[in-house]
Design a protein around this ligand. Structure first.
Ligand SMILES: C[S@@+](CC[C@H](N)C(=O)[O-])C[C@H]1O[C@@H](n2cnc3c(N)ncnc32)[C@H](O)[C@@H]1O
Length: 271
C-alpha cells in the first residue's frame, strides 16, 4: 500500500470556509444530483464541528468525511470547499492524482488526504470510530466482498456518524434500453445484471447487516433521464423537474425505477 498525503499547498481555506452562508452556495458539484448534494450538505450542516483527527490534517476543524472509492474527487473537493476535512480512499493512483490536482485548484489541498488502497482493507487504511460522514458512491458494484466492505465502513464511522451509499439501479438500465428501442439489449440486461446488483431492499439489508440503522432509501434521477433534453429548455422546466424528483424520491414505485438508489444509514450511538 502506498499512501499519498495532501501536499504543502497554501492554506487558502483556513478560517474562511464554513458550512453555512451564501459564500458557499454556488459551490455545488457539476453533474451531480441536486437532491444528493442537498442531502450531504444537510448532514454536514447538522453535524458537529468535529475536532477529531484524520491522517495528514489533525489540526483542522470541520466535519470528518471519508469518501470510499472517491475517485478523482468530484464530491470530495466540493465537500472540502464547504469546510469538511476529507479522506479519499481509492485503488486508482491516477484518480487520486487528479483528486489532488483538483483540490489544489480549489485551494483545499490542506483539507483533502488521498489514500491509495482497496476498500476491502479500509480498516488498515483509516482510523476507526472517526468519521462523521462516509460516502460509498458508485463503488459497491466494484468491490469483491461488499459485506466485508460495509462492516469496515461501519467501523470507520463514529457513533451516530452517517453513511451515504449510492448504487446504480439495474431496473433503470433495462428501462433505458427499452426506451431507446433496444429491446434485445433490455432483455439481455434483465437476464444478466451486473455481478453486484442491488435493489432498494438488498441495499438496505446490506447496511443493516453491517450494524447500521437505515434512515432513508431514495431514488436519484427518477425522471431526469426520461425527459427529452429539448423540453428542459422551456422556462421553469428544470425547476419543475427538480421539484418532481424531490417529491417522488422516497416513494415506491417511482423510487424503484430511478437511475440510482441512495441509502442513508447511521451507526447507532453509544447511549
Ligand atoms: C464509478 S467511480 C465512482 C467515483 C466516486 N465515488 C463518484 O461517485 O464520483 C468508482 C471508483 O471506485 C474505485 N474503486 C473500484 N474498486 C475499488 C476498491 N475495491 N477499493 C477502492 N476503490 C475502488 C475506482 O478506482 C473508481 O475511482
Amino acid at each position: 500500500m502506498s499512501v499519498l498525503v495532501a501536499s504543502d499547498a497554501p492554506n487558502q481555506a483556513a478560517g474562511g470556509v464554513g458550512l453555512s452562508g451564501s459564500a458557499t452556495a454556488d459551490r455545488s458539484p457539476r453533474g451531480r444530483s441536486p437532491l444528493l448534494w442537498a442531502s450531504l450538505l444537510q448532514i454536514l450542516h447538522g453535524g458537529p464541528d468535529s475536532q477529531g483527527t484524520s491522517q495528514g490534517n489533525q489540526s483542522l476543524s470541520g466535519p470528518r468525511v471519508l469518501d470510499c472509492g472517491g475517485g478523482s474527487g468530484s464530491l470530495a473537493v466540493p465537500l472540502a470547499a464547504h469546510g469538511a476535512v476529507v479522506t479519499v480512499v481509492d485503488v486508482s493512483i491516477d484518480a487520486l492524482a487528479t483528486l489532488m490536482r483538483r483540490a489544489a485548484e480549489a485551494g483545499v489541498s490542506d483539507r483533502v488526504t488521498a489514500v491509495q488502497g482497496e476498500a476491502e482493507s479500509l480498516a488498515e487504511l483509516v482510523p476507526a470510530d472517526t468519521f462523521d460522514l462516509v460516502l460509498a458512491h458508485d463503488v459497491l458494484e466494484d468491490v469483491q466482498n461488499p459485506v466485508q466492505v460495509m462492516r469496515q465502513i461501519a467501523g470507520a464511522l463514529r457513533p451516530d456518524g452517517v453513511l451515504s451509499v449510492v448504487v446504480a439501479n439495474p431496473v433503470a438500465g433495462v428501462l433505458a434500453r427499452v426506451l431507446a428501442g433496444d429491446v434485445a439489449g433490455a432483455l439481455s440486461a434483465y437476464h444478466r445484471p451486473a455481478q453486484q446488483a442491488y435493489d432498494a431492499e438488498s441495499l438496505a439489508d446490506l447496511c443493516v447487516a453491517a450494524g447500521l440503522r437505515v434512515q432513508s432509501v431514495e431514488g436519484l434521477g427518477v425522471f431526469t433521464d426520461l425527459v427529452p433534453g429539448i423540453e428542459l429548455d422551456r422556462p421553469g422546466a428544470i425547476a419543475a423537474l427538480s421539484e418532481l424528483e424531490s417529491a417522488v424520491a422516497g416513494q415506491p414505485p417511482y423510487r424503484d425505477i430511478a437511475s440510482r438508489l441512495h441509502v442513508l444509514a447511521h451507526r447507532p450511538g453509544a447511549g
